[in-house]
Design a protein around this ligand. Structure first.
Ligand SMILES: C[S@@+](CC[C@H](N)C(=O)[O-])C[C@H]1O[C@@H](n2cnc3c(N)ncnc32)[C@H](O)[C@@H]1O
Length: 301
């Protein structure tokens, strides 16, 4: 990854009363956790196990299938917007990393002098621009960029948000990249559990007990090792069971997470689908609620 630009001094990057002794590499030596190579552990955990990150093409496909309102008016988005409120009220600019089709940007941009988002899915960015045009929102900036691309030409914003989008295996460099573009504060949400699929489905496919995605605790440790004071909160997403169009839709969702399924898995998935409860129209109801860790911190030197 390339270096990111220098910023002006940022407010709120230290905690009154915090002492050098409390920081890694202070007068005491590093403790057991601080000695861990958290970047190597994180990257190893990302590469291990049955789960894979979706590529830009898959996000493009997802963009074309988004139902109106999907990923918008859910508990999660509402809770995150509410949590961001005091910081947005005190800010003039926002950079949204992995902005998707713009749920946060569309809500927040009218309050700010400028707002922009980056993502690696052209179709998602097109959706965002179309939604912005429909809402007569001018001046929203977009950049077609992946986590591991060069961001050195991107502006510094008061607030940087990375919501449900932290997919890079390069942990500390990515955290540094976020804060290199933040003047006041970074907000990052990261899934609490090890998978994006419900436990009973994983069990049905014989995928339970395997290593999952790395947890948010790796991020906290990396930030601690950077000398930051991250704040940890949780956002609940109590999404209700949603009807599936058919078995193919469920298979698609599973494939996003696990990759192509072999014949025995397809059979097991069919059995799982057939056993799902039905709505009044006879459609299978799929329930996949998950909660998010919200980690925020003020950038430091
Ligand atoms: C679950 S969506 C979240 C969208 C939005 N941030 C929100 O919370 O509503 C994840 C977004 O991250 C983007 N994304 C995933 N991996 C990425 C990567 N490696 N580089 C850039 N964007 C990525 C996807 O294109 C997608 O728009």
């Amino acid at each position: 990854m390339k270096a990111t630009p220098k910023r002006a001094a940022r407010p709120g990057s230290s905690i009154p009363g915090a002492t050098e002794a409390a920081r890694p590499g202070g007068v005491y030596g590093p403790d057991d956790l601080e000695q861990l190579d958290v970047d190597a552990l994180f990257a190893g955990r990302m590469a291990a196990g049955p789960f894979r990150a979706m590529g830009a093409t898959q996000w493009d496909q997802r963009a074309s299938r988004l139902r109106p309102g999907e990923l918008v008016a859910d508990d999660y988005t509402r809770a995150l917007l509410q949590r961001l409120e005091p910081d947005i009220a005190a800010s003039r600019s926002l950079l949204d990393v992995g902005c998707g089709n713009g749920n946060l940007l569309l809500a927040l941009a009218p309050r700010l002098a400028w707002a922009g988002g980056l993502g690696f899915s052209p179709a998602m960015l097109r959706r965002l621009r179309a939604r912005a045009a429909a809402a007569r929102l001018r001046g929203l900036r977009t950049w077609l960029r992946a986590w591991d691309d060069d961001w050195s030409d991107l502006p510094v914003a008061d607030i940087v948000v990375a919501s449900r989008s932290f997919t890079t295996p390069h942990l500390t460099p990515a955290l540094r990249k976020l804060e290199a573009h933040a003047r006041r504060r970074v907000f990052l949400t990261y899934k609490t559990g090890p998978a994006f699929l419900p436990a009973d489905l994983l069990r049905a496919l014989g995928r339970h007990g395997l290593p999952g995605r790395p947890s948010y605790l790796y991020l906290l440790l990396a930030l601690h090792k950077m000398g930051r004071w991250p704040q940890l909160e949780f956002l609940a997403d109590h999404r209700r069971p949603t009807p599936l169009k058919n078995l193919a839709e469920l298979r698609q969702r599973v494939t996003w997470s696990l990759g192509p399924l072999a014949t025995p898995d397809r059979r097991a998935l069919k059995a799982y689908y057939e056993a799902l409860p039905r709505d009044q129209a006879g459609r299978a109801l799929f329930h996949n609620p998950f909660h998010w860790a919200l980690i925020s911190w003020a950038p430091g030197p």
